[in-house]
Design a protein around this ligand. Structure first.
Ligand code: PGA
Length: 248
């Protein structure tokens, strides 16, 4: 399977028209585009080669009295194939591992591929607890799952301190996002081993300030099957060049 470039648009852009324009500029076979919910049908129509993803879902997979929620089945019916679950911006709003586990199960139950996001915050990394934090995040979810086969589940390791939009209490940081991909490989290897000891097979993505400058580096690591890109995926020209970089 080819390595994937995943475009997490977060709560952008402002209008459907802009979303269609951005989708057309991001349309390549190894790309997955994650627009906000309202733009899913229009983006689905605009994409000819890329695959459609959603940024979240509710843990009840079918239907029900859950005002404001969106189900896995509903997403599937508008052409969604991948879904991001447990992104650090949702965890920051209070989403816990147990809820994340239920959402991953809901996705798998209808055949959506979950992108399970894990990653430590700066304080945890500085305290030497990154491995422990990520281990717990991953183990809680995997312990509740039926056996998953290769390609059915992606784990996106996103050190929260390397995400371009993470607010930091002080402007000073002991670690920079540039160092993050190299620092991540060891942790991804650890997770690969952990996952294999419980007979699971997952793919691993890296996320956190991936851009035109470092995309080749990220794609160069054998341990990494692709990248989850936020900020740079909103810049049509830059993202277009990133697609070219990883396709050659
Ligand atoms: P970033 O976001 O590329 O802007 O750091 C990545 C993410 O939050 O998924």
């Amino acid at each position: 399977m080819k390595k994937l470039l995943m475009a997490n648009w977060k709560m952008n852009p402002k209008t459907e028209k802009e979303a269609i324009r951005l989708a057309k500029a991001s349309d390549a076979a190894n790309v997955v585009v994650y627009p906000p919910f309202p733009f899913l049908p229009a983006v689905a129509k605009a994409l000819k080669k890329a695959t459609l993803g959603a940024q979240d879902l509710f843990w009840e997979a079918e239907t029900g009295p859950y005002t404001g929620e969106v189900s896995a089945r509903e997403l599937k019916s508008v052409g969604v194939e991948y879904v991001i679950i447990g992104h650090s911006s949702r965890r920051a709003l209070g989403e816990k591992d147990e809820v994340i586990a239920k959402k991953v199960q809901a996705a798998l139950s209808v055949g959506l591929v979950p992108i399970l996001c894990v990653g430590e915050v700066l304080e945890e990394r500085e305290a030497g607890r990154a491995q422990e934090v990520v281990d717990k995040q991953l183990r809680t979810v995997l312990s509740q799952l039926p056996l998953v086969a290769h390609g059915q589940l992606f784990v996106a390791y996103e050190p929260v301190w390397a995400i371009s939009t993470t607010p930091h209490s002080s402007g000073l940081q002991s670690l920079s996002a540039e160092e993050a991909p190299a620092k991540s490989v060891e942790l991804i290897r650890y997770m690969q081993h952990m996952v294999s000891t419980i007979q699971m097979e997952t793919k691993f993505l890296y996320g956190g300030s991936v851009n035109l400058k470092n995309v080749q580096e990220v794609f160069g690591y054998d341990e990494i099957d692709g990248a989850l890109v936020g900020g740079a995926s909103l810049k049509a020209a830059e993202f277009g060049k990133m697609i070219k970089e990883v396709s050659t």
